[in-house]
Each structure stands twice: as C-alpha cells, then as structure tokens.
Ligand binder design. Structure first.
Ligand SMILES: [Zn+2]
Ligand SMILES: [Zn+2]
Length: 392
C-alpha cells in the first residue's frame, strides 16, 4: 500500500479539483471549462499538451528515457442531463446537468497519476494521457480517433477505468473478453394503404403488419441466436392510428438491440432486416428500416487484461481484486478504442452497503468517492511503471 500512501497527500489537492469539476458539469462536446482545468493542471506540471481532438479532448504526453514503447490511459470528462438532488457544497451549479456517472472522478484519478508521473515517474517510454469528451451517447472516443488520436499518439496498449457503486471502495475488477454490450437502434416505418375500418379489403393495414412483425422479432433471440449467448431485441414503441373505424396509412416501430458478441450483433441485424422485409411483403405494405449503430461490444484483450490484473494485485492485494467479473449490459465508447488498440477497461468500487458511494450511477443522488483519487491514481502510476518498465 506504499504507493497509494505516497499519493494520499497529493490526492487531497486533486480531490478539490474533482469537487470543482463536479460543481461545474458540462454535457457532451461542451466540456470547455473542464478541458481548460485539465489543460491548466497538466501545463502547471510541465506536461506538453495538445487540445481540440474530438472538439474538447485533451492529450498530455509524458516522455521518459529512450524506449519507443507507449501506453495510453483514458479518462472521460462529460456530465449527464440529470438534475442533482445532493445538497453538499460541491453540488452542481448548473441546473439540469450533473456529474452523475463519476467522470469528474475519472478525470481526477488520471490527473493524480499525471502529476505523480511527471514529477517522480520511473519509467522508460511514452505515456499518453487521453482526456475524452462525450462518452454519454456522443461517441467522443470515435471523434478523437477520427481526428487521428492513434496516428498522432501511437499506443502499444490502452487502458480505462470506471467507478462502480455497489462494489467496496477501492476494489478493482476486470474481465477478459466481451465485458460490455453493444447497443443498436432501428426505426421501422411501415406504409400501407389507409381506408375505412369496415372495408379492410380496400386497404393495406399497417397495424396488422406491425403486430405480426413484433411477434416475428421475438423469434430472433429465441430461434436464431445460440442460447448460451446474451442478446436482447426490444420493441420499445409502436405508433399507429387514431380512430377505431380508420385503417391508418402507416405505422412506426422503435427497436433497440443489445449483444455481447460481434457475430451475434451482426446476426441480429441481418435477421431483423430479413424478417421485416418478408413480413411487410406478406401483408402488402412497404417497410423502411433506419438502422443506427450505437456503441460496439467492448472486448478486453487477454494479454493486457492479465497484465491489468497483476498490477491490481500488486497494488491492493489479490483479495481486493475480482477476476472475470460478470459482463455489464450497459455500453461504453471505449469499445471503439479497443477495436484499434489492445487493452483493458476495468472497474473500481465506489462503495457498498450504506456507504456514501453506493448510490448508483445516473441517479440524482450519486457522487464519486474521493478516496478513490489516491487508489485510482496509484493504479495508473503502477500500471505505467510496470508497462514501461525502466531497466535496472
Ligand atoms: Zn454513464
Ligand atoms: Zn460513465
């Protein structure tokens, strides 16, 4: 626990920065003040920075020695459109916006590591500190990648960490392989022929077609997907018709899809498109599908995840580490970075039981646990020093 202890004093200062960020939350791609704070701190510690990747992203580069090896550590910076119910001094000052997912804390943990490594880092190689905008649905990771993140700052491996309420504070958990689900969305628009409810033979009824499609879609998971694989197809909305004696002209279905495997994800899309086309044909209506891919399946690579585990066990001891923690049904845009560079996305416990940090993320009563600034910061320090191990 020596390394954590050495970060505690310094982490107290960074925790104050964390509370300042919490009081001034900014939504997707609006993280201007947050990016200013991050850039200001990195500059204060003598770390060269580059701004503007993915609009408000910040990259800091800490180079030591002569090795060409490089590691990337990523923190997200954005808040959520949630109205905070907490009344403590650092509660949100921006009504309707809140750091309800702890990205203020993720930023703080990476800042704590940056300060320590810039001043006392014992490693040989390049550390890329990646502060990302718009994780909450905005795909900020993709925007940074499109702006040349990995061409400009090549990384041999990349890591990120998310806090997890309901898990003991400071406990670390990771999983090799698929760890978070993909999310895709589809809008199905059916166009029939409207008419009189008493003369259905003179119309093409989109409501009957929609009803049949809803039932047909239930067979995708039950009949087309391996029972041992996780998959969800949900029709969350149907819009059609206004009166009992009118057959409407059209109907609209809203569908959401989750999967934990890239092949399963593709299969679901193929089957939904085929079923909708065949069903529409059989009812004599037209179908149009607007398919909107969301976040990819997040897949942690074996070697880097095993490495993340050894670092965790060295830092907090094996008893405080959960290996092969169950996958999460939520989605995360770090998945796109992991499609480009091997790495691991791990979890850090925010507190359990009656603890302050046990309140779930996205809840209006949530707050990041400041005790984790030292633990998370120390984890990033140790991971960097082990990955970019200096000889002798
Ligand atoms: Zn979130
Ligand atoms: Zn989050």
């Amino acid at each position: 626990m020596k390394l954590i202890d050495s970060l505690v004093t310094q982490a107290a200062g960074i925790a104050a920065v964390r509370r300042d960020l919490h009081a001034h939350p900014e939504l997707c791609f609006e993280e201007v003040r947050t990016a200013d704070v991050v850039a200001g701190k990195l500059t204060e510690w003598g770390i060269p920075i580059h701004r503007g990747l993915g609009t408000t992203g910040v990259v800091g580069i800490v180079k030591n020695g002569t090795s060409t090896r490089a590691v990337g550590l990523r923190a997200d910076m954005d808040a959520l459109p949630v109205t905070e119910l907490n009344t403590f001094a650092h509660a949100s000052q921006h009504h309707g916006k809140m750091h309800a997912c702890g990205h203020d804390g993720h930023t703080a943990m990476l800042l704590a590591a940056a300060q320590h490594l810039a001043e006392r880092g014992r490693f040989d190689g390049t550390l890329n500190l990646i502060f990302q905008p718009a994780e909450e649905g905005g795909g900020g990771a993709v925007r940074m990648i499109d702006d040349g993140l990995f061409e400009r700052y090549p990384c041999d491996a990349i890591f990120a960490m998310h806090n997890m309420p309901g898990m003991a504070q400071g406990r670390l958990a990771m999983r090799e392989g698929p760890a978070m689900a993909s999310s895709d969305y589809a809008t199905i628009t059916l166009t029939g022929v409207g008419g009189h409810g008493a003369m259905p033979h003179r119309a093409a009824d989109p409501i009957v077609a929609a009803a049949s499609i809803v039932m047909a879609l239930q067979s995708v998971v039950s009949r087309n997907i391996d029972p041992l694989q996780m998959a969800v197809v949900t029709v969350g909305a149907i819009h059609a018709g206004k009166a009992n004696n009118v057959i409407p002209q059209g109907a609209v279905l809203e569908v959401s899809v989750r999967a934990l495997d890239r092949e399963v994800r593709k299969k679901i899309e193929t089957r939904i498109k085929a079923l909708v086309a065949a069903q529409a044909e059989s009812f004599g209506v037209q179908a149009q599908i607007d398919w909107r891919p969301g976040y990819a399946v997040l897949v942690n690579t074996p070697e880097e995840t095993a490495f993340a585990r050894t670092v965790a066990e060295e830092l907090v001891g094996p008893a405080q580490v959960t290996w092969q923690t169950p996958p999460l049904p939520g989605s995360e845009d770090f998945a796109f970075m992991l499609e480009r560079v091997p790495g691991c996305y791990l979890l850090i416990g925010n507190g359990d039981g009656d603890a302050h940090g046990a309140c779930m993320v996205h809840n209006p009563g949530y707050d990041f646990n400041d005790s984790n600034v030292a633990v998370g910061g120390a984890y990033w320090v140790l991971l960097t020093e082990r990955f970019l191990r200096a000889e002798g």
